[in-house]
Design a protein around this ligand. Sequence first.
Ligand SMILES: [Zn+2]
Ligand SMILES: [Zn+2]
Length: 381
Amino acid sequence: MQAKDYYKILNVSESADGNSIKRAYRELAKKNHPDANPGNKAAETRFKEASEAYSVLSNVTKRREYDQMRRFGGFNPGGFRGNPGAGFGGFDFSNFRNAGTRRQAGGSFNGESVFGNLGGLGSLFSQIFDMGGQAKKRPRNRGENINLDLRIRFKKSIVGGHVSFSIEKEIICTTCQGGGAKPGSTIKSCHKCQGTGQVFVNQGGFGVSQPCSHCYGKGQIIDNPCDKCSGSGRIKGPRKYSVKIASGIEDGHQIKLKGEGQMGPEGKPPGDLIVTIKVTPHHFFRRMDLDVLCRVPLTLKQAVEGTKIRVKTVDGRKVDLKIPSGTQHGTRFKLNGLGVVKGANKGAQLVSVQVDLPIDPSNEEKELLKQYREAGSSAAA
Ligand SMILES: [Zn+2]
Ligand SMILES: [Zn+2]
């Protein structure tokens, strides 16, 4: 657990007035703003800490609670020390003892009994201090992202185009349009919280606002909930998407569809839909930068005498390719314009010929081999 000294974070004195606090915060926020410090984690942390400190110290009620806690809890800037078994990661209660309580010095303390005696201060601590893992339980301020692997064919990854797909996710109820009320029924303002969704409760002498338990923080009461969504305003439903696939898209490329993730909590924006492209490998074609490579077998006779072969192209056609006499194993022929298109650049389909040399040649093959090797050495010369 980390104790946070909000005064220290904002670099102001404990007696600083509202204006000084605001000034200090603005300066820090400006200096450490993520937009001004892209990729700088330390600045981001300082920015967040300053915002958190300001949110407490700029609010008269919260600041008073915070100040009281500093006095009660034996505030020890830079981290609490002490009994880790108490479940609070180690407080140093020496100041607490010295603060003139009825507890005997040297008596055994643990977090629980201290908080018990202070009448619910524990929950106040957890609100103000970052309680490690519990920090994750803070209400989310946007919907969750949806991550999706989208498999596309090799040809699509080269040629490009569009791919459509459908996912099941939470959507606004089509019957009540998200209001949660049965069509024709009324929505009333919650009487317990006067429609604000928040109630003020007394906790150990401190006023703390909480979501209203009567309306679950919505501020509204629905007499006749919508049948389709049971009043939640949300249903599961299919959503169709079509994404553009650029020519030459790489395996693992991500496409972000902003705001198409899960819906946000009450009044908060949705998350994003993040599509990761998975290119299915092809048995015949292989990607090489802007080009597409394929291998075609030739007999020794074809290589020596020359021939004409039919080659499958990546866009699904078949083209004739002339193989000149004396062609060597591994020679690459280029079919222009059949590769990846990137701006003004256009790749090619490369056809690599694989000459099948006999292991145990007949007399006729021996003669062919001789010619093949001669062609090879004269080509190299
Ligand atoms: Zn509904
Ligand atoms: Zn309410």
